[in-house]
Design a protein around this ligand. Structure first.
Ligand code: GDP
Ligand code: IMO
Ligand code: MG
Length: 439
């Protein structure tokens, strides 16, 4: 399950629905930059690092080696979940190979962003994601979860990395950030003690579970248009967000990945910098933002809103081999006289029907909009496709034809059961009607 756009497509809700039928839910990319929202009755859960499967008693939640793991955020999240009655015990597994996000990564993220000149800001979530993955690739100044568990090794590593970071920060940003090795070490040591019982070789664990017939759901974070290789670079995140990230980020053979559920909203949003060709800067965008409550789950930032970008959607669906689409927030579009779809870009007078490598060209692109008739009825909570107004059904059909994928899940509200399940997902929400209580 992957987001097909720039994140926040409603993945949390979709995973929660899907994972009622899975035994393992595995995060393979990203870190605490993610914010996946699930409503269970009146309770709202916002998950950043813990896989969404934790909310379903049947599933085990696995944090794979490809995740950038901030142990402090994870500890907070675990204690919040427990305080709300969710069991977090042997149903959470953490890879011994995952890279650790530390205070100096978050500092570097913030310093880099604040001092980036010439329009170079990315608008990151300030969660230290880029610096952590950069250290992982550079190899000489990285800490992994297995290092956390070895007290002497951790002390040695932190003792050598922190002075290096101080020198780097001073040279690049004119401040050493007040970093000291003892402080960093203390924080990490406390986290290590708490997390130790959950740590294992999760790749071996998941492969073993697959061999014994378990059903595994891979939970993508961020979105395909934020993918490090295929997104709107450099306005992307630092991991492989699509299913191509699964083998490496979870430690399973590539052929393991079979069905790919691509998630989109019925419109498009993005937070942070970078091109959003279909952006609606005026009243229509404000209306979507307010009706859809489009404010970041992780940072609270207002999201930029636009008509559905079918160019990016088709590009992403093709790239990941989406076998079906989940389209959330159809309810948010009620009340528009007409609903737009961006079916092409126009750049310097030329039509373009794909996502170009050069983000600066996309920044200059004008959207080519096709309008569909809108619908005035509120459709919140509708669960039967036939009950949708004809115009809403026609809109769904148009997205299917533009994306080349059947839409099997249609969001009609944030709640667990506010969803239409069709085709191969028929009966999914119905089976869980009333909400399966989290343990
Ligand atoms: P994620 O990062 O992809 O999991 O998405 P977020 O949780 O960051 O943002 C999606 C937001 O939309 C959350 O507030 C969800 O509760 C909400 N949401 C999901 N599906 C629907 C839907 O079909 N309709 C409405 N109105 N809200 C939805
Ligand atoms: P979920 O999983 C929305 C965006 C940031 C920024 C860029 C780089 O909730 O969909 P980073 O902190 O990763 O270095 O930021 O990527 N971004 C997201 N936007 N939802 C997310 O996650 C995101 N994760 C990263 O806003 O533009
Ligand atoms: Mg989110």
């Amino acid at each position: 399950m992957v987001g097909l756009t720039w994140g926040d497509e409603g993945k949390g809700k979709v995973i929660d629905l899907l994972c009622s039928r899975f035994d393992e839910v595995v995060r393979y990319n990203g870190g605490a930059n993610a914010g996946h929202t699930v409503w269970v009755g009146e309770q709202r859960f916002a998950l950043h690092l813990v896989p969404t499967g934790i909310l379903r008693p049947r599933a085990t939640a696995v944090i794979g080696p490809g995740v950038a793991l901030d142990p402090l955020v994870l500890l907070d999240e675990i204690s919040e979940l427990r305080s709300r009655g969710v069991r977090v015990a042997d149903n959470l597994k953490i890879s011994d190979r995952a890279h650790v996000v530390t205070v100096y990564h978050k500092l570097e993220d913030a310093l880099g962003e604040s001092q980036a000149g010439g329009g170079g800001r990315i608008g990151t979530t300030s969660r230290g994601i880029g610096p952590c993955y950069a250290d992982k690739m550079r190899r000489y100044a990285a800490v992994r979860v297995c290092d956390l568990l070895d007290e002497r090794r951790l002390a040695q590593l932190v003792g050598s990395i922190v002075p290096l970071k101080r020198r780097q920060f001073t040279a690049l940003y004119g401040t050493d950030g007040g970093l000291n090795a003892e402080g960093v070490l203390e924080e990490l040591a406390i986290a290590a003690a708490e997390l130790r019982p959950h740590v294992c070789d999760t790749g071996a664990y998941v492969r073993g579970r697959i061999a014994s017939g378990a059903k595994v759901l891979f939970e993508g974070a961020n979105g395909v248009m934020l993918d490090i290789d295929h997104g709107t670079y450099p306005y992307v995140t630092s991991s492989s967000t699509g299913p191509h990230g699964v083998p490496g980020g979870a430690g399973v053979p590539a052929a393991t990945v079979r069905d790919v559920v691509g998630v989109t909203k019925a419109y498009t949003t993005r937070v942070g910098e970078g091109p959003l060709v279909s952006e609606l800067p005026g009243e229509d965008g404000d209306r979507i933002r307010e009706r859809g409550r489009e404010y970041g789950t992780t940072t609270g930032r207002p999201r930029r809103c636009g008509w559905l970008d079918a160019v990016a959607l088709r590009y992403a669906a093709e790239l990941v081999g989406a076998t079906e689409l989940a389209m959330m927030h159809l309810d948010t579009l009620s009340g528009f006289e007409k609903v737009g779809i961006c079916i092409a870009y126009e750049i310097d007078g030329h039509p373009v029907d794909t996502v170009l490598a050069d983000a600066s060209l996309l920044e200059r692109a004008a959207p080519v909009i096709e309008y569909c008739p809108g619908w005035s009825e509120e459709i919140r909570g509708i669960r039967d496709y036939q009950e949708l107004p004809a115009a809403a059904q026609a809109y769904v059909a148009r997205i299917e034809s533009l994306s080349g994928c059947p839409v099997t899940l249609i969001g009609t509200g944030p709640g667990r059961s506010e969803c239409i399940c069709r085709g191969r997902r028929e009966g999914l929400a119905t089976a869980d009607q009333g909400g399966e209580a989290h343990a």
